[in-house]
Ligand binder design. Structure first.
Ligand code: NAD
Length: 242
């Protein structure tokens, strides 16, 4: 099983959160909380503009995403649990992808005035292009076409409750994995970072590939310090005897 973070996508041109030059050295996280999104039409407009900027860059999967897809095709990887919202694992051909922080490729209804960080909308979901089309048609704060609730990217924002289902599925996988490969995660964002720890506790071997130290290095069986797009294709080719 693989557990991936923002670091697997930096070589696709998507900045991570914590590295120098990463997202949070340029934006203020306080502007991106769930409650601020609910309270302010301006925050919603800015969020759509940021999302559009993200897709305009048309990020492509890199060699690390492709290596994991190949491992799955060869029957050696059961699942990719990812904290990423970029959809690049699926674009690379991975099929069993569990997105614990949701996806930026879709939007969802979160209800008229959700509180306590819990999305409480109807079951409306649509591709993110739906929102862009509404905005282009002159509606800069698109509302749910079914119940008139607020519409938000189907991602987990700061201050927003996690979606329970992917987290449960991920935790289940963690208890059955023989080997958990953690790639490109600072392992500082909980509860997601608890998954490798749970896998290790349940008896899995833990391998960490990251370009800087992580708090879990001391309990890992293997630690590789390097770039995902360089190390992973070689490691996968070796594992597959190529
Ligand atoms: P993080 O930013 O906390 O950690 C990323 C880690 O990857 C860092 O330790 C960094 O040194 C390392 N890294 C960067 N480039 C690397 C490379 N090429 N090879 C190996 N290691 C590399 O990210 P996180 O642990 O995923 O947690 C932060 C949150 O960021 C997650 O919740 C995720 O949802 C969100 N996020 C997602 C994206 C995305 O979808 N691509 C981008 C930014 C943030």
């Amino acid at each position: 099983m693989a557990f991936t973070g923002a670091g697997i996508s930096t070589e696709s041109g998507i900045p991570d959160f914590r590295s120098p030059g990463g997202v949070w050295t340029r934006y203020d996280p306080r502007d991106f909380t769930f409650d601020r999104y609910v309270d302010s039409a301006e925050v919603r407009r800015n969020s759509w503009a940021m999302r559009r900027e993200f897709f305009a860059a048309a990020p492509e999967p890199n060699a690390a995403h492709r290596a994991l897809a190949e491992l799955e095709r060869e029957g050696r990887l059961t699942a990719v649990i990812t904290q990423n919202i970029d959809g690049l694992h699926q674009a690379a051909g991975s099929r069993n992808v569990i997105e614990v922080h949701g996806t930026a490729r879709e939007v969802m209804c979160i209800g008229d005035h959700p509180r306590a960080g819990i999305a409480e909308g109807c079951d409306f979901r649509a591709p993110t292009t739906w929102a862009f089309e509404r905005i282009d048609a002159g509606d800069d704060d698109p509302r749910c076409p079914r119940c008139d609730g607020l519409v938000k990217s189907a991602t987990v924002s700061f201050g927003q409750a996690m979606f329970p289902e992917p987290l449960e599925v991920a935790a289940q996988h963690a208890t059955t994995a023989e080997l958990l490969l953690t790639i490109g995660s600072s392992l500082q964002v909980y509860p997601a970072a608890g998954i490798p720890e749970a896998a290790k506790r349940a008896g899995a071997a833990l391998a960490i590939l990251n370009d800087e130290a992580t708090p879990f290095d001391r309990i890992a069986d293997v630690v590789v310090r390097g770039r995902a797009g360089e190390v992973l294709p070689t490691a996968v080719a070796t594992a597959l005897g190529r």
